[in-house]
Design a protein around this ligand. Structure first.
Ligand code: FAD
Length: 518
């Protein structure tokens, strides 16, 4: 017999080794010996009150064997001689498109401009230490895409777009911890992600798919509005009739290429701002109602904040507890910041993007001349400003939070996790009013919502500009570009995803669409 229970467990109870069995036997009024196994289905923390509670949903197996295998099976087939689907980009969207092709009996041929996860690491070191950005291999480009050196947070609001559980099960199948199947706010961590990505690559190769690294797609050969071939590295052409375009939100050359070829694009609203960094103990103290040293069973605390300011949302984005701020530029001459954290989230800092919604149809009148690329040009300008204000390297412009809000240059800055270093800059006057004035009001409001958040011990670091794509590549109900037969815009670059999970789900959907009629 299997019985499901919802339990509320205190910190003291959680410390005991067999607390779930004890509690279950008590509630069900059965002997502990009759419980043959317990499967945790869901776990979350309720820290709203000083007495912190762990909420559990469990399945209690009573005189019944706990099954070892998952309900999800991945039926990969040998596709070495099957018809080909070309996939541009090997981020979450491209990886899951490739895996789905194999399940459906088609051969994925992946073209990825960046390097494999191991070689990519050297280029990340060069950005952090020498301030040199390899424009094909960086925090956004390379095996696993922008998701590899990230926090690996797996939250999504796109529950209607696909089977989230299937995506998680597949990550576990490829080596991620099965804790992600249980946690209310699952994450993998930057130290564990490369191995998962590498295992996905190995599955694709094992079943006959192809992956070509350091292969940038530089042109599409189109005849009669139909894809015929793709050009690689400005030279060789590869015949292709079904192309999944999963190049992410930072592949500006792809947006320019499509624009120049007069392939329809649309400007898309997005969000930009800064990253704020607090000592983790401040966030722990606020969220866990403690003096700052959190209980060892509690993870580094996180937060989620939102405030409406002058008709635009100001909100926290990609919050990384116990994490690092990283330089996420994809070209020299720009500074872009983002965040990542290791699986244990045990670094001393808590960072989060704090961004302002930008309505491209109303907010950018001076950029109208750029048409569909107006948001992109605005984004580029902000990143150039950050490069100049940071000191013309990957050093980022920064200000103490209170100085930013009160409008004065910081005489000095707080310690930071951002490896290339910070440069004190008057971000209150450098950021466009559209963003800066809303951020200042937003931070004041956040200080009211979380007492202690608004503090001179926090820095803001500029600029958080790549929250999502500023361009949409349109597609019809068959997920195909309305103008170009055989082109399937996919994932975050096309404007169809906003994170690892939604990009992966979109990858699967595009694979299903691309094989139709082949
Ligand atoms: C530092 C950082 C931390 C993040 N943290 C999280 C997080 O914790 N949780 C979360 O959900 N999301 C996070 N994100 C966002 C997440 O990574 C993206 O939403 C997701 O990776 C988008 O997937 P994608 O496959 O659509 O595009 P991408 O991951 O951007 O992949 C696109 C791929 O296409 C390749 N490419 C581009 N142009 C070409 C070309 N011309 N030819 C060949 N290849 C090309 C790129 O090299 C890249 O590998 C983070 C992003 C960054 C940068």
């Amino acid at each position: 017999m299997i019985k499901e229970l919802q339990l509320r467990i205190s910190l003291n109870e959680e410390e005991r080794s067999d607390f779930l069995v004890q509690k279950a036997s008590q509630i069900l009024d059965i002997d502990k010996e009759d419980i043959t196994g317990i499967k945790v289905l869901r776990k979350s923390i309720d820290a709203r009150k000083p007495k912190i509670i762990f909420n559990y949903k469990i399945a209690v197996y009573i005189r019944e064997v706990l099954p070892k295998t998952s309900d999800y099976q991945f039926d990969y087939k040998d596709v070495s001689k099957a018809k080909a689907i070309h996939i541009v980009g090997f981020g979450p969207a491209g990886m899951y498109a490739a895996l789905r092709c194999i399940e459906l009996g088609f051969k994925p041929i992946v073209l990825e401009r960046g390097k494999n996860v191991r070689d990519r690491r050297r280029d990340l070191k060069a950005i952090n230490q020498d301030h040199i950005v390899n424009e094909d291999s960086n925090y956004c480009f390379g095996e696993g895409g922008a998701g590899t050196y990230s926090d690996g947070k797996l939250y999504t609001r796109s529950l209607k777009r696909g089977d989230v559980r299937r995506i998680f099960e597949n990550l576990v199948f490829h080596g991620a911890t099965d804790q992600i199947l249980v946690d209310a706010h699952p994450h993998i961590g930057t130290n564990k992600l490369p191995k998962v990505v590498q295992n996905i690559r190995e599955t694709i190769l094992k079943y006959g798919g192809e992956i070509h690294f350091e292969t940038r797609v530089t042109d599409f050969i189109i005849k009669n509005n139909k894809i015929q071939a793709i050009q690689l590295n400005n030279s060789e052409e590869m015949p292709a009739n079904r192309v999944i375009l999963a190049t992410g939100h930072s592949a500006r050359d792809i947006f320019y290429l499509l624009h120049n070829k007069q392939i329809a694009l649309e400007a898309k609203s997005f969000a930009m701002g800064v990253r704020v960094e607090h000592p983790q103990h401040i966030i722990d103290a606020i969220q866990y109602h403690c003096s700052g040293k959190r209980h060892e069973l509690l993870p580094a605390a996180s937060y989620s904040l939102v405030q409406q300011v002058n008709e635009r949302g100001v909100y926290s984005f990609c919050m990384c507890p116990g994490g690092f701020i990283v330089p996420a530029a994809t070209a020299n001459g720009e500074v872009v910041v983002n965040g990542m954290s290791p699986s244990k989230r045990n670094n001393l800092f808590a960072n989060s993007g704090i961004v302002v919604e930008i309505d491209v149809h109303k907010d950018l009148p001076k950029y109208e001349q750029f048409g569909a690329l107006k948001g992109l040009e605005y984004q580029k300008n902000l990143e150039r400003m950050a490069f100049t204000a940071g000191g013309r390297s990957q050093t980022a412009p920064a200000q103490r939070l209170t100085d930013f809000v009160e409008g004065r240059l910081s005489a000095d800055l707080n310690p930071t996790s951002y490896q290339p270093g910070l440069n004190s800059a008057p971000l209150h006057s450098l950021l466009p009013k559209l963003i800066g004035s809303r951020l200042r009001k937003g931070f004041e409001a956040f200080g009211q919502k979380m007492r202690g958040y608004y503090t001179s011990e926090a820095n803001i670091v500029g600029v958080e500009s790549r929250t999502s794509s500023p361009v949409c590549i349109p597609r019809n109900e068959h997920l195909e570009h309305p103008q170009i037969e055989g082109l399937f815009p996919c994932g975050e670059g096309g404007g169809y995803a906003g994170g690892i999970v939604s990009a992966a789900m979109d990858g699967e959907r595009c694979a299903e669409a691309a094989i139709k009629g082949l």
